[in-house]
Design a protein around this ligand. Structure first.
Ligand code: AMP
Ligand code: GLY
Length: 428
C-alpha cells in the first residue's frame, strides 16, 4: 500500500522508518520530510498546513493511508478535510484534537469526569486572573490555553511574577490568541513520565513509557525546549503506577471523549506527573511525542501499519502491543543557541558511521539538502542520536558514543540525558 506521512521532524523520521519495515508498505511519501527521511520515503514539497494541496496529492497518487505526525494540522482539522474527500487518514478529527488544542477544554474534561489532575481555574479576563493569583499558593502555574509551541507554560515563583505572567499572556499576548484564555493551576512536584497510547475511539492500548528532558541545559537548567533527549522505558513507571492509570486515567479519558461526542482516534500522549498523591495528568497531546516517538518506536515489535489500520477501523481490541526488552535512549544534537537564536545551513558530517549498525539510529530533525547536495542544519534541533541497549545504562553509553560520530559547527547537546536513572535496577 501507499502511505503519506505529514511532518518533517525527528518524530516523522521515526514513523517513516518504522513504517518502512512493514511488508505492507510498498511506497512511503513524506510531506515535507527532511534530508534523513529521504532514505526511507520520497519527500514531497507541500507544507503541513496546506490541507487541500495534501489531499490533492493523496488523491492523485492514490494514497491508501495518510498519517499525520504533527499537532498543528491535527488541531487545524486536516483529518476532517481528508475524510470529507473520502481519504483514509490516521489521527483525531478537529473536535477530538481539541484535547491538545485547548488546555481549558482538557482541564474541564478532567474535572467533569473525575480524572486526576492539578486544581485550576480558567480566566478570560486579565483583571480577574490577576485578582485570583493574589490568593493562590506560590509557586503557581499559568498556562496559555491554546497551542504555544510548548512555551505557553509559566511557573511563577512569586506573586509579582504571576501578575507579570498574566500580563505577558493576556495583555501583551506573547502567544497571540492562545493566551485569550489562561488556566491558573496548582504547582505539583514529582517525576514526569510520558505515556503514548493508540486509541480507536473506544479502546486504548498503552505503549511503553518514556521520559523527556525539556530544559535546554544540563541539570534541567535553561529554557524550555521541544525536548533535548528521551529514554524508554521509565523505571518509575511501575506496575502499580500502570494499574492506577489504567483504572483512573487512560480509559476514563477515552470514554469521556466519546461521551462528549468527540470520539478520539489516533495517538493520545498522556503527560503524567507522579505526585505523592498518585499519578496526575499534566497535559494531553493528540499525537506522538517528539522525541518520545524516537525511543518508543524502535522498541515496538508490532507492524505499525496494522496498528494504524486497527485504530481507523475500530478494531484495536484485536491488537496486542509488544515491546522489546531493551532500553532506548535518544540524545538531541542541537545548534548552539537553540531555542532562541541559532545558525542554519551548516554542513554535517559523519552519517556513514551509522551504516550497518542496527542498535544505532540517527533520526533527522532539522536537516535539509543544500543546492550542492550536502546535508546541512535546518533547525534548532538537528539530529536525534538513538541507541538500543540491554538496559538504560548501556543504551545511554551507546547513544553518547554515537554523538561523537557526527560533527557540525556549533553542535550542542545535553550531557545528562538518562543519567540520573542509569543505575536503577528494574525489570522490563
Ligand atoms: P505542559 O505543556 O502543560 O506539559 O507543561 C510543560 C511543563 O511545565 C511540564 O512538562 C512540567 O514540567 C511543567 N508543568 C506544567 N504544569 C505543571 C504543574 N501544574 N506543576 C508543576 N509543573 C508543571
Ligand atoms: N516531547 C514533548 C512533546 O512532544 O510535546
Amino acid at each position: 500500500m501507499k502511505i503519506l506521512v505529514i511532518g518533517g521532524g525527528g518524530r516523522e523520521h521515526a514513523i517513516c522508518w518504522k513504517l518502512s519495515q512493514s511488508p505492507k508498505a510498498e511506497k512511503i511519501y513524506c510531506a515535507p520530510g527532511n534530508a534523513g527521511i529521504r532514505e526511507v520515503a520520497e519527500c514531497v514539497p507541500i507544507q503541513p498546513m496546506e490541507f487541500e494541496k495534501l489531499a490533492d496529492f493523496a488523491e492523485e497518487k492514490k494514497i491508501d493511508l495518510t498519517v499525520v505526525g504533527m499537532d498543528d494540522p491535527l488541531i487545524g482539522g486536516i483529518v476532517d478535510v481528508f475524510e470529507a474527500r473520502g481519504l483514509r487518514v490516521f489521527g483525531p478529527r478537529k473536535n477530538a484534537a481539541i484535547l491538545e488544542g485547548s488546555k481549558a477544554f482538557s482541564k474541564d474534561l478532567m474535572r467533569k469526569y473525575g480524572i486526576p489532575t492539578a486544581q485550576y481555574e480558567t480566566f478570560t479576563d486579565p483583571g480577574k486572573a490577576a485578582e485570583y493569583v493574589k490568593t493562590c499558593r506560590i509557586p503557581v502555574v499559568l498556562k496559555a490555553s491554546g497551542p504555544a509551541l510548548g512555551k505557553g507554560v509559566l511557573i511563577c515563583m512569586t506573586r509579582e511574577e504571576a501578575e507579570e505572567g498574566i500580563r505577558t499572556l493576556m495583555v501583551d499576548k506573547k502567544f497571540g490568541d492562545s493566551g485569550d484564555t489562561v488556566v491558573v493551576e496548582e504547582f505539583m512536584t514529582g517525576r514526569e513520565v510520558s505515556v503514548l497510547s493508540f486509541v480507536d475511539g473506544k479502546t486504548v492500548r498503552i505503549m511503553s513509557s518514556a521520559q523527556d528532558h525539556k530544559r535546554a541545559k544540563d541539570g534541567d537548567q535553561g529554557l524550555n525546549t521541544g525536548g533535548m533527549g528521551n529514554f524508554s522505558p521509565s523505571p518509575f513507571y511501575t506496575r502499580e503506577v500502570d494499574d492506577f492509570c489504567e483504572k483512573n486515567i487512560y480509559q476514563k479519558t477515552v470514554d469521556a471523549m466519546a461521551a462528549e461526542g468527540r470520539p478520539f482516534v489516533g495517538v493520545i500522549f498522556f503527560g503524567l506527573m507522579l505526585t505523592d498523591e498518585g499519578p496526575k495528568v499534566l497535559e494531553y497531546n493528540c499525537r506522538f511525542g517528539d522525541p518520545e516517538a524516537q525511543v518508543v518506536l524502535p522498541r515496538m515489535e508490532n507492524d505499525l501499519v496494522d496498528v494504524f489500520e486497527a485504530c481507523i477501523d475500530g478494531r484495536l481490541e484485536e491488537i496486542d502491543l509488544k515491546f522489546r526488552k531493551q532500553a532506548c535512549v535518544t540524545v538531541v544534537l542541537a545548534s548552539d543557541g537553540y531555542p532562541v537564536k541559532y545558525e542554519k545551513g551548516v554542513p554535517i558530517q559523519g552519517f556513514e558511521k551509522f551504516r550497518g549498525k542496527s542498535d544505532y539510529l540517527c533520526f533527522h530533525a532539522g536537516t535539509k539538502l543544500d543546492e550542492q547536495g550536502r546535508i546541512v542544519t535546518n533547525g534548532g534541533r538537528v539530529l536525534d542520536i538513538t541507541a538500543l541497549g540491554r538496559d538504560l545504562k548501556e543504551a545511554r553509553r551507546k547513544a553518547y558514543e554515537a554523538t561523537e560520530w557526527i560533527s557540525f559547527r556549533n553542535k550542542y547537546m545535553r550531557h545528562d540525558i538518562a543519567k540520573s536513572i542509569e543505575d536503577i535496577d528494574f525489570s522490563f
